[in-house]
Design a protein around this ligand. Structure first.
Ligand SMILES: Nc1ncnc2c1ncn2[C@@H]1O[C@H](COP(=O)(O)OP(=O)(O)OP(=O)(O)O)[C@@H](O)[C@H]1O
Ligand SMILES: [Mg+2]
Length: 243
């Protein structure tokens, strides 16, 4: 569904951050990118959502190369990045916040109304708290509303950068069930997680990124059980890079 081929990207005049990234995200899967700070994980998501232009290589959505398209064009093709931290308008209600997800299609009122009703069924919280202001929600509940909003445009692919950041264990469980709910709707999910165990436990497949290159890809469960993962995340380096 999404294939990164020889992707090279970086910022301004500085050198390349991504130095030939190759991996595929299977249609309908949850794929989790893990790796140390500065590995280029967020940079992969930024090139995928159009915030950063690749210098070389391709990002294939099906058979179409979306590398270098504008964020708006990529959004129209059904690839949505869920924004973090400052996601919601605190003084608007939960319903209004979710409905804003279809702002670019705001003239299609009937379609948006129907879509909102579907989403309120997927996420019971939305229906229960529809008339409450977003400011009254907990951190985990807010994240659910952000997800719900991302679904208003009926995306095929959702990109999540560190969704568990700042959430306590209970909120993390809510988050995991929201991600699963998204995925069960047929949405392909590409997620970056600092919390490696949490990220991989939700995912079907794992990708280890280090120094702007893919070090390893495998099933998520397999990766979780891999002793080299411990070396990478707890010892700071991997066997291959040790002298
Ligand atoms: N806007 C930017 N301008 C210049 N350099 C940047 C910019 N954003 C990121 N970088 C650099 O690119 C490299 C990779 O950053 P990136 O944010 O992709 O890493 P990451 O794997 O997401 O790390 P983290 O786990 O800390 O979020 C870092 O060295 C960083 O300093
Ligand atoms: Mg990052």
């Amino acid at each position: 569904m999404i294939t990164f081929k020889g992707l090279v990207a970086g910022y301004g005049r500085a050198g390349d951050i991504l130095r030939g990234v190759d991996f595929a995200v299977a249609e309908g899967s949850i794929t989790c990118i893990v790796g140390p700070n500065g590995a280029g994980k967020s940079t992969v998501l930024k090139t995928c959502s159009g915030l950063l232009r690749p210098r070389k290589g391709q990002i294939l959505l099906g058979s179409q190369d979306i590398g270098g398209l504008t964020p708006a064009a990529i959004l129209r093709l059904g690839v949505v990045q869920v924004p973090q931290h400052h996601g919601l308008f605190p003084t608007l209600t939960v319903r209004e916040n979710v409905q804003l997800g279809a702002y670019v299609n705001r003239r299609q009122r009937e379609r948006n109304r129907a879509r909102y009703e579907e989403i309120a069924q997927i996420f019971p919280l939305i229906a229960e708290r529809a008339n409450d202001r977003a400011a009254s929600l907990s951190g985990g509940q807010r994240r659910t509303v952000e997800f719900a909003r991302a679904l208003m445009l009926n995306p095929g692919v959702v990109l999540l950068d560190e969704p568990s950041l700042g959430l306590d264990p209970k909120a993390c469980r809510q988050l995991a069930s929201s991600v699963k709910a998204l995925n069960q709707q047929g949405v392909t999910v590409l997620i970056v997680e600092q919390n490696v165990r949490f990220g991989l436990s939700m995912a079907d497949n794992g990708v280890v990124l280090e120094g702007g290159r893919v070090l390893h890809t495998s099933g998520a469960a397999e990766l979780l059980a891999d002793p080299d993962m411990g070396a990478l995340f707890f010892g700071g380096t991997t066997r291959e890079t040790q002298p």
